[in-house]
Design a protein around this ligand. Structure first.
Ligand code: GLY
Length: 376
């Protein structure tokens, strides 16, 4: 596979996302081109296969870098203040300077946390991301959203801080569990529903149909197919972030399915549904809402829902027992503007979305009930 380069265009903060099989064995060669300092702190998680960490370290040392490692236990609960302090302390103890780097090697927890540490250490130090999960590759590692969780809520403390480089190695997906892989597929399907926003790579409904037609190859982790879906997803996200880094308008469309999804995740204490599962159910509800508002046809609603279910992602909750908890959580979402619920909904044909506000909570309850009583 040839190397693919996708640029996030943000003037002096512009950076490249480089996609290539086995790129992690060349980490140092790529970082060298940034002119970064000689010290690199790798932040990773115990569950990341040692072989990946060793490949990164080996090449960094070969290319003249001094490496340090902070490996955290696995889980969202480690995206915490104490992990943040651990990273900062390692950097302080080893006298890291501004031109030295923090390197996130892992999934979204690691990139969010490391990016946050990088943004506040000495008011900003080099940050490099090597995502090892599909969710990290197509979403979390790109776009500079950093955060930690506090007991009052997820991602409540954070910054916008762009990495200087993102290296994506699709070969890392081989060791991902099916469940984690599908979390990322939930986001890939999201890009298919807003594909007309990006620079055109596929024609009319093209990415959507590509996912439908290559489902088996994707689930078998065929390298060429995976690289193609990652490249396309990344190019849609890079385009959107380049236009609206701080989510003043356009970037909000990346939250398709997320207002419903966050409500579901929170009502079930982040235990019953993964992020990808909750967002998948949320996307189905967003399609139904679009249909109810006569902005999205029934045919396209059914097509979108069937793609989600083709990948084995849930399209519905198992029951509506926690409906009032879900709607309560939706009303406290941090993306609420002027106290009004905002939704991203698919519109026209597949591939376009629209931001709408002013939907009442009674309307939302009606959509939940209709969706869960229908056959889809
Ligand atoms: N994950 C949504 C965003 O980066 O804006």
């Amino acid at each position: 596979m040839n190397e693919k380069r996708i640029k996030v265009e943000l003037k002096d903060k512009s950076y490249e996302i480089i996609l290539r099989q086995n790129i992690i064995s060349k980490t140092g060669d790529y970082i060298k081109k940034l002119g970064a300092g000689k010290k690199i702190l790798i932040v990773t998680q115990d569950k990341i296969p040692k072989i990946y960490i060793n490949k990164v370290i080996k090449n960094l040392r070969k290319t003249g870098y001094k490496t340090y490692v902070n490996s955290l236990p696995s889980g969202e609960s480690y995206k915490s203040l104490s992990s943040l302090l651990k990273i900062l302390n390692t950097a302080i103890k080893n006298k890291f300077e501004r031109n030295d780097s923090l390197l996130a090697l892992g999934g979204g927890v690691i990139s969010d946390l490391t990016g946050f540490a990088a943004s506040i250490y000495l008011r900003g130090i080099n940050f490099v991301c090597i995502p090892t999960t599909l969710l990290g590759m197509v979403d979390a590692a790109i776009g500079g959203k950093t955060a930690i969780n506090i007991k009052e809520g997820k991602n409540l403390i954070g910054t916008f801080y762009q990495p200087r480089l993102v290296l994506i190695d699709p070969a890392c997906l081989k060791t991902l569990s099916k469940k984690e892989f599908l979390v990322g597929m939930g986001e890939v399907i999201k890009y298919a529903l807003l594909e007309k926003t990006g620079k055109k790579v596929f024609r009319n409904k093209g990415f959507f149909m590509y996912l439908k037609n290559t489902k088996n190859k994707i689930l078998e982790l065929d390298p060429a197919t995976l690289s193609k879906i990652i490249e396309h997803s990344v190019s849609v996200k890079a385009f959107i972030v380049s236009k609206d880094e701080k989510e003043s308008n356009l970037r909000a469309i990346l939250n398709l399915g997320h207002t419903f999804g966050h409500g579901i995740e929170q009502a079930y204490n982040y235990k019953k549904y993964t992020h990808g599962e909750a967002v998948s159910i949320g996307t189905c509800l967003a399609c139904k809402l679009g249909n109810d508002l006569k902005l999205f046809s029934e045919k396209d609603t059914n097509l979108a829902i069937s793609l989600i279910s083709d990948f084995g992602l849930p399209t519905k909750l198992t029951n509506l027992k926690l409906l009032s908890k879900i709607t309560e959580a939706m009303l406290h979402d941090k993306k609420i503007k002027d106290g009004k619920l905002r939704f991203i909904i698919p519109t026209n044909n597949i591939g376009s979305v629209k931001i709408i506000s002013g939907v009442t909570i009674n309307n939302i309850i009606k959509i939940f009930k209709q969706h869960h009583s229908g056959k889809n």
